[in-house]
Design a protein around this ligand. Structure first.
Ligand code: SF4
Length: 269
């Protein structure tokens, strides 16, 4: 590398992983929750704070519906009422039923069979389901099914924007660009480690987002502060207090809440 040239964005992102890992240590995002609970959480957390999701999950637990069999046994209307705390229940209830119908119809009702499908096929199939966008699909692939895909959530987008890791893009292209950049960042790591690295990197970006890079950037003392030397603008704290930024940050809290620490230690199917 030419010492006069700044490192490439993917290289910087990989260094950010190291800086965050050194600052925060292992995040242990792998608790004793079932893959199906992870899938439920990935659907329910869309546009919703995690606290509200917890209330829906508690309702499902009481109703004995925190399992595939439990969900199959619920009527659509009953499911809708149980998940009302996490909002958009008239959309999320049929979406969950559609996931189970796909699992039953195409994978003999088995999450293990689903997880065994090739990643690109599986991702396409998930994205074709109602109520599943790229972030939900990737969260299910990585955290419930153990596939090595990055999850490019709003926290990561905010870091990438503030550190100018990507050229400005239309909103419709941002997710894929950020996911590609993350894949490039870890491309030199051994393939068998990539799922764990994507898992950990996501957990670490959420940790720094909560501690420093939230609604307003608090760069002082942030483990990623040194990387700002590669940006061309002044430190970002002064340029995020906009009405738009406020709205984004509320979405951010909701969009990343499937990665709330309470969701750690997911168990592979
Ligand atoms: S708080 Fe500042 S240094 Fe930290 S990640 Fe955000 S923009 Fe970067």
């Amino acid at each position: 590398m030419n010492p006069l040239q700044p490192p490439a964005p993917a290289q910087r992102l990989r260094q950010m992983h190291n800086q965050l890992a050194a600052a925060y240590g292992p995040q242990y995002w792998w608790p004793a929750q079932t893959p199906f609970e992870v899938i439920l959480g990935a659907y329910l957390t869309q546009n919703t704070a995690w606290k509200a999701v917890e209330r829906s999950l508690a309702n499902l637990r009481v109703a004995g519906a925190l399992s595939l069999d439990g969900l199959r046994a619920l009527s659509l209307d009953h499911l809708r009422r149980l998940i009302q705390p996490s909002g958009f229940s008239t959309r999320k209830a049929p979406a969950l039923k559609a996931f189970v119908a796909m699992l039953d119809g195409e994978f003999a009702g088995s999450l293990q069979a689903l997880a065994a499908a090739p990643t690109p096929t599986l991702r396409r199939r998930l994205l074709a389901l109602p109520g599943v966008g790229p972030e939900t699909a990737d969260a299910i692939l990585l955290y419930a099914l153990g596939h090595p895909v990055p999850v490019a959530d709003e926290y990561l987008r905010r870091i990438a924007d503030r550190h100018q890791l990507l050229a400005p893009l239309p909103a419709s292209k941002r997710y894929d660009a950020l996911a590609d950049l993350t894949r490039k960042a870890f491309a030199s790591d051994p393939a068998p480690l990539q799922a764990a690295l994507f898992n950990e990197f996501h957990a670490l970006t959420v940790a720094v987002g909560k501690a420093h890079c939230g609604r307003t950037a608090r760069c002082e003392g942030c483990p990623l502060h040194a990387d700002l030397q590669h940006t061309k603008l002044p430190p970002p704290a002064d340029r995020v207090r906009t009405q738009h930024g406020e709205a984004e940050s509320r979405q951010l809290e909701a969009a990343s809440s499937h990665l709330h620490p309470s969701r750690r230690n997911l168990v592979k199917p």
